[in-house]
Design a protein. Sequence first.
Length: 366
Amino acid sequence: MNFLGLESSQWIDIGISAVVLVVVPTLGRKIVTKWLIRLIQTIVGRTETKLDDALLPAARTPIYWLVIAATTHWAILRLAFLPFALLPFWTHFFFVAYLTLTVILLWRSVSAFFGWYTQHITEHSDPRLLTQAVPLLRRVILGIVGGIAIIILLGRFDVDVSALVATMGIGSLAIALAAQAALSDTISGILIMIDRPFRIGDRIEIRDLNTWGNVIDIGLRSTRIQTLDNRTVIVPNSVIEKSLVVNHSFPDTHYRIQMEVGVAYGTDLEFARTTLIDAIRNVDGVLDNKPVDALFLNFGDSALIFRMRWWIESYIDTRPMFDRVNTAVYNALRSADILIPFPQREVRIIQESTASTTKDYIDHRG
């Protein structure tokens, strides 16, 4: 059957396309919302993380328009037999539409991810991660997505992007080499803010640098430490990441101190042990709920060596505590008549006889 120069099958295609073009925009949102989104919600509802719950609302609108674009594209392809179908134009048009909607979907998903991250993860991370690192990472990722989309779009329209890609690659390499130290410090700073090996106010020790002090600032590029002699040490974050860092404030400020003392050979070990423990326990600042030990460590050259260990409330009191404990231990050992020996060496001087010396002299002269 032929009507207006078109076969019946072609009229059927026109009718189907017309229905799709009218019905899908009208019912598309309900279809996406009630069917597709609910199906996705059912799947993600079984997971423990709340990240997918944050990404789903951000993806709803781009997914809706992707469905509209796909169905419209399908309907127009069914009309390819019409002389005014302009199929090449629609092919390029829907490619741009798909690419644009995909970029929007990624853009909204990245923004939703960082929004979720700042609400949930940063509760247990450094607050500066929210104000410094997160915005920087967000801009970098979105810039990469936008750059890739532009390159794909230009390539679609037969624009030679090889020179552009090569230029961008060389430029990126040059920037990376020139700013290698800064990039390394920045990445290390972000990792420090995420991992939180220390926080502002913690007392840390960077053993590779022989640096000890309180953290007063954590930036993207460097960390500032105030030493015990009131000097500020600025340490690049990349150096901290590669170094052994001891945090004396985590998990709490309780700190164990140890020192050694020697008593004379012949001293009763148990009496010496009891004397040392009692002396330390009576020192102001020693924690009563923590053990105090006096361990017989080894046999020294001139003394029996004991290692004493005790706990204090805060690492800040370390040096004053050494003074108080040393004083208490010395007085206790002195009162108990326990001798603290000093190193002794026996020196023997051997002299040759006068006759032997004279004989050696005559033999030498002869």
